[in-house]
Design a protein around this ligand. Sequence first.
Ligand code: HEC
Length: 177
Amino acid sequence: MRTHSLYPVTVLVLALAGCQPSAGTGTASASPAPVAAADADLLARGEYLVRVAGCNDCHTPGYGEAQGQVDQAQWLVGSRLGFHGPWGTTYPTNLRLRMQALTEAQWLEYSANLRTRPIMPDFAVRDMAEDDRRAIYRFVHSLGPAGQPAPDALPPGRTPPAPYFGLVLPPLPGAGE
Ligand code: HEC
């Protein structure tokens, strides 16, 4: 059992040595493996975040109806199911196409300051740690482009074609009396 407890210490020493090539310890060959592992971790984390943070709920057609059993090839292609309210009608963007049009650096800047119309929870994306936003980019970008752009948003006061979710709010106090 004691031999097991030595293992993490050995790994730590190797990792530190790998960070300091100038120390002349000859461990240059140790660095590619952690980098590859980090890439795989980011992809897996991105897939996980997209699945549990709700992105598929709106951006992937039929995701809720299928209880999440939608092939990844169909994920995040945007939706023709509109969200209609006082802001007009918005359609979940095709993120597969959007991510291809952005570099990772552009996405990190853009997502940190994301401002959209409802019903997109842009605040949730802004609040994500940079590494989580990076993970989402890596994963969605790795899926490649797919699908067509979502319909353009409609201005307030226009009734959209079906299908759409409609948000009906109570009249403003004092209005219409
Ligand atoms: C409740 C539905 C909903 C959820 C959940 C949701 N989105 Fe959206 N998203 C939308 C809608 C609708 C738009 C279009 C907003 C507009 O037209 O202003 C949008 C737009 C966006 C945009 C802007 C695209 C562009 O450049 O025009 C990004 C980026 C985005 N969503 C990413 C995400 C990510 C990442 C998640 C998961 C963390 C997510 N969305 C979850 C509905 C949603």
